[in-house]
Design a protein. Sequence first.
Length: 89
Amino acid sequence: MRNSVGRTLAAPRGQDLAEARHIGKFKVNDYWMTKYFTAIGSAISYLPDFFIEYEVAAGALVPVPPERHWEKRSIYALSTRHKGTAARA
């Protein structure tokens, strides 16, 4: 499940900080829902380029420039080797 917690994120932009605020809290279990919440402005997501080509071309999503460096955060991921097996951390 992917989680969202409402908070302000800041990234350096020259001498200023660019801030992005996402609101609400959600849990999703696939990339499609993550993309949906990002496209409606409720989340900031890291998604593969091939998965968001149409939304970027349509202007629904805006890529973050590579020179932006967001503050470092710890993340946790669960994965399975094969569909139907138990998840591992």
